[in-house]
Ligand binder design. Structure first.
Ligand code: AMP
Length: 295
């Protein structure tokens, strides 16, 4: 047998770069570039974003950066899973060209004095529960967009409010990038895949299934209008609050997907039913699109 002269992309693997200069060199003559921003601990949900990116670009860049600016003082920044070697293997399997894995010092060499604020949209729901979260997200996303200069960037619908504020930033600041939203990927039992699912033990995971059950119950009530949607989901969550371990609800909201304001009782059209809850020490979020045809 003769030696192959070149290996398929899946075994060669991506170029892993850590600095802005290395990134710039890696992206010379890159053609149409897609960026998939992540915090690593890559799972099937991330893979689905990479596949969308791969189908639409010549060069796919995955950024892996656990962004300290978007974590509150009592959140899980220190224990957040960091698995760069495994993640690089995942990127290789998905035909990713470049992994950008900067250090905190590369991204924030000095105190970040100038930040990007989401405005009122960033003060609701996730923003109310996690003060400063969207400032951290928008600031790092705009830095990544400037560093990579992609033609398109892919974000998951799993973080629907994040997707909405990123879209709004791109529109309001005239950023020259197309934002692509990717549907939420779930495990077969309905739990949305998340890097934070590794924190759940078996009993917590069983309780956590109430989130997707509640969202499905809400969506199934769509024909009866917004109040029925909220009530159906709330009913499942009320039961789950009595489970062992309990699901401690943070918020349940039926919102306009573009503004994340509550939809009125007579609303018709496309809405998002979003939930956040704590199970044990793990905070989980999930959402589904809901098409309301009648108030
Ligand atoms: P993260 O690493 O959690 O910051 O997520 C990086 C990107 O992957 C974000 O755009 C998320 O919305 C997206 N993502 C995370 N989980 C899922 C999922 N289950 N399905 C689709 N996209 C996801």
């Amino acid at each position: 047998m003769t030696e192959p002269t070149s290996q398929p992309a899946s075994t060669v693997g991506p170029l892993v770069v850590h600095t802005a200069e290395e990134l710039r060199r890696a992206l010379a003559d890159a053609g149409r570039v897609a960026l998939v921003p992540t915090m690593g601990a890559l799972h099937e949900g991330h893979r689905s974003l990479m596949r969308l990116a791969r189908a639409q670009a010549d060069t796919v860049v995955v950024s892996i950066f656990v962004n300290p600016l978007q974590f509150g003082p009592n959140e899980d920044f220190d224990r957040y899973p960091r698995t760069l070697d495994t993640d690089t293997g995942v990127c290789a399997q998905e035909g990713v060209d470049v992994v950008f894995a900067p250090t905190v010092n590369t991204m924030y060499p000095t105190e970040q004095m100038v930040t990007v604020q989401a405005g009122a949209m960033g003060d609701r729901l996730e923003g109310a529960s996690r003060p400063g979260f969207f400032t951290g997200v928008l600031t790092v996303v705009s830095k990544l967009l400037h560093l990579v200069g992609p033609d398109l960037a892919v974000f998951g619908q799993k973080d629907a409010q994040q997707l909405a504020v990123v879209r709004r930033m791109v529109a309001d600041l005239n950023l020259p990038v197309e934002i692509v939203g990717a549907p939420t990927l779930r495990d077969p039992d309905g739990l949305a895949t998340s890097s934070r699912n590794v924190y759940l033990d078996a009993d917590e995971r069983a309780s956590a299934l109430a989130l997707s059950r509640a969202l499905n119950a809400g969506r199934d009530a769509a024909a009866d209008g917004p109040e029925a949607v909220r009530a159906a989901a709330q009913g499942v969550l009320d039961e789950a609050a009595k489970a062992a371990p309990p699901v401690e609800l943070d918020y349940l909201a039926l919102v306009d997907p573009a503004t994340f304001t509550d939809v009125p009782a007579d609303f018709t059209g496309e809405a998002v039913l979003a939930v956040a809850a704590r199970v044990g020490t793990t905070r989980l979020i999930d959402n589904v699109p809901v098409r309301l045809t009648r108030s």
